[in-house]
Design a protein around this ligand. Sequence first.
Ligand SMILES: Nc1ncnc2c1ncn2[C@@H]1O[C@H](COP(=O)(O)OP(=O)(O)OP(=O)(O)O)[C@@H](O)[C@H]1O
Ligand SMILES: [Mg+2]
Length: 262
Amino acid sequence: MATALAKAAEGAASTEHAARIEHVSKSFAGPAGQQLVLDDITLDVAPGEFVTLLGASGCGKSTLLNLVAGLDKPTAGRITTDGRPALMFQEHALFPWLTAGKNIELALKLRGVPKSERRGRTEELLELVRLQGSYGKRVHELSGGMRQRVALARALAQDSQLLLMDEPFAALDAITRDVLHDELTRIWAETGLSVLFVTHNVREAVRLAQRVVLLSSRPGRVAREWRVEIPQPRRIEDAPVAELSLEITEVLRGEIRRHGQH
Ligand SMILES: Nc1ncnc2c1ncn2[C@@H]1O[C@H](COP(=O)(O)OP(=O)(O)OP(=O)(O)O)[C@@H](O)[C@H]1O
Ligand SMILES: [Mg+2]
């Protein structure tokens, strides 16, 4: 038994990835014909890895994330993921007629968790995002930060290996965002999830990630990537975070200049 398990783990390790994006291109039909948005993107996310995808507005970050989520198909290339990913967007997309707890329970129900286990599991998830006691709160009674915590708990309820996040904290004030960065880093470390996190905020990318991947614009290509060795927990105002952010910003500015955006 132990040998079989060890073998399985060994076999898995050689091909294991949470997401594999291979030579992916995406075009959309526009007024001037086909518009190439993503051009030959190759990128892997390792199991348990935290990767941020950084790029100027309109460079194709959401398009790529949607492809990884399976919401759309690439024009060319291939995407494989370890199971079905969970998604979290800038807009919380909670059902306003359901309570915080019921929003989470619905995700458990959809993945077939028996009714008798749902309430307990929901309470655990609420605790994980530090919203214990908020089961019965309605969405309109929650602050923006609390809503994003519920949305995160709901994403975690899907029990996916891969969490895809598209600017989930962009609409929050700086202090709330800071707290949620800490929470996300803690939850990532506790759960061993793989995260692909989209942002156009350089400091946020550096604050969170083990690896920052910079996309160029028009078309989106992998311009450069950085491994972030700064130990966690980091603060957005830490000197090494600021230093690396400055370096990345310079490259990003160059990319934006080259493509005539502002
Ligand atoms: N369904 C679609 N049909 C046509 N064009 C699209 C579609 N989705 C995205 N695009 C175009 O693809 C480009 C990239 O859009 P995308 O939303 O991926 O950018 P983004 O990097 O996420 O930008 P932002 O930071 O502003 O969210 C844009 O020019 C957009 O107009
Ligand atoms: Mg976007």
